[in-house]
Design a protein around this ligand. Structure first.
Ligand code: SF4
Length: 396
């Protein structure tokens, strides 16, 4: 179990900073990520970063010291590394920023945003702290030049029945009402914002009243979406979390042991689909989405490809919620990847070669070419020569 201790800041000079995905992921739409610190002073007890494969320390006795929350490595050279790395890759969305309390002192996130701004890269920031508002000037500039998205990790609201328990599990993170207030400021500044409800903790966050409250607070504070996923527990992270429950929330221990037996990763009981479908229904009711809209990059020659990928990915998610056959889901997913990887503008391919052109894209094939053609036919952009897509045209 963690003992209270002073936070130690350790200067650190990594050799690389930019993580490059083969393509954008279908949740956050980021192709790149780059972060300024290792470890996190917010110290959320459920944090997946304590899992062995993500854990940034070799020598920590996690259960005793919890270095993750108290020994923060500051990547001093992150801005220079980022500048060099972004100079060599195509422009696409960069997930960056970390506004834990260390940022007040070191301002590495700010310097990294400055680099993205100067080089014209769109950014996406996922936060548990309103400190991100300190850099609203830069975020506005990025948003004027290309795109900025700032969204917040929020799993409950002040109205939630289990807020006192959940507060204990988020330790040093600012309370959710402050994050919602920051969301409102960002929305007023015209920056795409919303909620990342991850992880939905069983027996604490998955009751209907809490789901509804998070969606309502998001909509009322200018958020455009709530995306959600359940809790995963693995190896040392599982042991750490169970240690926290044993000490501070013993009434929950048996329930979680039952849900997450040794060797499991996700919960072995309960129905995630039901929770996700309920969230979908609530989002519709409050006029927001349960998917993050894919940010557009002005002047992007492949804007149409990206819109089509977004629509296919949304259909994949809808099919997963409907328990559609796996083969069908895979066909959509592979077509989305293939179109993401296609260097030519999809509109040009379709205008010059018709359906045959779509079929010729590897992993699309005749059936998916029909699906893509239907999507394209609904796209006014095809009637507007080569203009970049706006976010308005896509059918719901
Ligand atoms: S804010 Fe995020 S990274 Fe930091 S401890 Fe909490 S879950 Fe982990």
């Amino acid at each position: 179990m963690a003992i209270a201790r002073r936070v130690e800041f350790v200067p650190y000079r990594p050799k690389t900073i930019l993580n490059k995905g083969k393509r954008a992921d279908h949740w956050f739409w980021a192709r790149y990520s780059a972060y300024p610190y290792k470890g996190c002073m917010h110290g959320c007890e459920f944090c997946y970063c304590r899992e062995e494969k993500y854990y940034p320390y070799d020598d920590a006795d996690l259960a005793v010291r919890d270095d993750f929350a108290y020994r923060i490595q500051v990547k001093e050279n992150a801005p220079e590394l980022l500048r060099r790395a972004l100079g060599r890759v195509p422009v696409d969305l960069v997930m960056t920023g970390d506004y834990q309390p260390a940022e007040r002192k070191f301002q590495v996130s700010r310097k990294m945003l400055q680099v993205c701004c100067e080089l014209g890269f769109p950014v996406s920031v996922l936060e548990r702290s309103p400190l991100v508002l300190r850099d609203l000037d830069l975020l506005r500039q990025i948003n004027e030049r290309t795109t900025a998205v700032v969204f917040f990790s929020i799993i409950y609201t002040p109205d939630s029945a289990h807020r006192a328990t959940l507060r204990k599990l988020e330790r040093l993170a600012p309370p959710p009402e402050k994050r919602f207030a920051a969301m409102e400021q960002l929305a007023k500044a015209g920056i795409l914002t919303g909620t990342c409800m991850m992880p939905i903790l069983p027996a604490l966050c998955d009751d209907d009243a809490n789901l509804q409250s998070v969606v309502r607070w998001t909509a009322e504070h200018g958020g455009s979406f709530v995306i959600a996923a359940g809790l995963t527990l693995a190896d040392q992270q599982r042991e750490y979390f169970f240690g926290v429950l044993r000490q501070r929330l013993p009434a929950l221990l048996e329930r979680y042991r039952d849900l997450y037996p040794e060797g499991s990763y996700g919960p072995v009981k309960g129905n995630w689909r039901e929770t996700a479908l309920r969230l979908r229904e609530l989002c519709e009711r409050y006029g927001i989405s349960d998917r993050m809209p894919r940010p557009t990059i002005p002047g992007d020659k492949r804007a149409l490809n990206k819109r089509v990928v977004e629509a296919l990915a949304n259909q994949v998610y809808a099919m997963e919620l409907d328990s559609a056959p796996g083969q069908r889901i895979w066909a959509y997913r592979k077509a989305a990847w293939a179109i993401e990887d296609t260097p030519q503008d999809l509109g040009l391919i379709y205008r010059t070669m018709g359906r045959k052109g779509l079929e010729s894209i590897e992993n699309v094939g005749p059936k998916m070419a029909q699906v893509v053609e239907d999507l394209l036919s609904a796209a006014p952009i095809l009637r507007q020569a080569q203009e970049p897509a706006s976010s308005e045209w896509w059918p719901p």
